[in-house]
Design a binder for this molecule. Structure first.
Ligand code: ATP
Length: 222
């Protein structure tokens, strides 16, 4: 279903969200206080306007209330980011996603009613850290403060073994939710499936359990 989006703040992150949504054929209202930024998005977004998002009357005039999902990407000016979010929650926007600059900023945004708070620098940092620990860790996605999903290559340690042999649930408290084999994804892997070195396992669990699983079964030199 096609939705209407607004992106407030067209820096690197907001700009990239705006570009991608537009490329996917979505209607995007792009807003920035800086004329140069707005000009950059004139031919990309459906509408690009110069406006100060901390001004409630201006946001109302722009018809922000009719927009399904607003993404706020004002990083450096935390005060403007918070004020904009408060105005959007007051206007009862259906979904508000806000980029946080720090953990403290994130806490405040959650308290004042942002539906989704993203912290791209921190999250990307975590993903990179996990992927550099081992060549076999392909991706790492945080689900909550305590749970994550990790995508790992079976590698030499799991090669030739079945899920029963490895008993990942009993040994590490994690669940293998899917196995990717070449172009196929098996979403209900059977316990006696023999793993090959290049198979990719999608594993879900608590961070501390995933960490033990990575150390014992995934890292090359553990
Ligand atoms: P990046 O995503 O590039 O890392 P950032 O998160 O550091 O950027 P900023 O550069 O602080 O973000 O701000 C992003 C954009 O938000 C800038 O283009 C800035 O002009 C715009 N902006 C700042 N305050 C307001 C405001 N009150 N109303 C609208 N846009 C604003």
């Amino acid at each position: 279903m096609k939705q209407d989006y607004a992106v407030i703040g067209l820096g690197r992150f907001g700009g990239s969200v705006c570009r991608e949504l537009s490329m996917e054929g979505m209607d995007v209202l792009a807003i920035d206080i800086d004329e140069e930024k707005v000009n950059e998005f004139k031919n990309i977004a459906s509408y690009a306007v110069i406006a100060d998002s901390t001004d409630e009357a201006t946001l109302k005039e722009l018809g922000i209330k009719n927009i399904d999902h607003v993404i706020v990407s004002i990083g450096d000016n935390i005060q403007a980011s918070i004020l904009t979010t408060v105005i959007l929650t007051d206007l009862e926007i259906k979904k508000i996603t806000v980029k946080a600059q720090s953990d403290y900023h994130e806490k405040i945004l959650n308290k004042i009613g942002a539906d989704q708070v993203v912290h791209p620098e921190r999250d990307m940092g975590k993903r990179i850290a996990h992927s550099v620990i081992s060549n076999n860790i392909l991706d790492y996605l945080e689900l909550s403060d305590e749970h994550s999903i990790v995508e790992v290559k079976a590698g030499k340690k799991m090669q030739g073994k079945t899920l029963v042999d490895l008993d990942i649930r009993a040994n590490y408290g994690c669940n293998v939710v899917a196995i990717k084999q070449e172009n196929e994804i098996n979403v209900s892997p059977s316990a006696d499936e023999v793993l090959r070195e290049d198979d990719i396992l999608i594993v879900i669990g608590a961070d501390k359990d995933i960490s033990r699983f990575e150390k014992h079964l995934v890292m090359d030199h553990a």
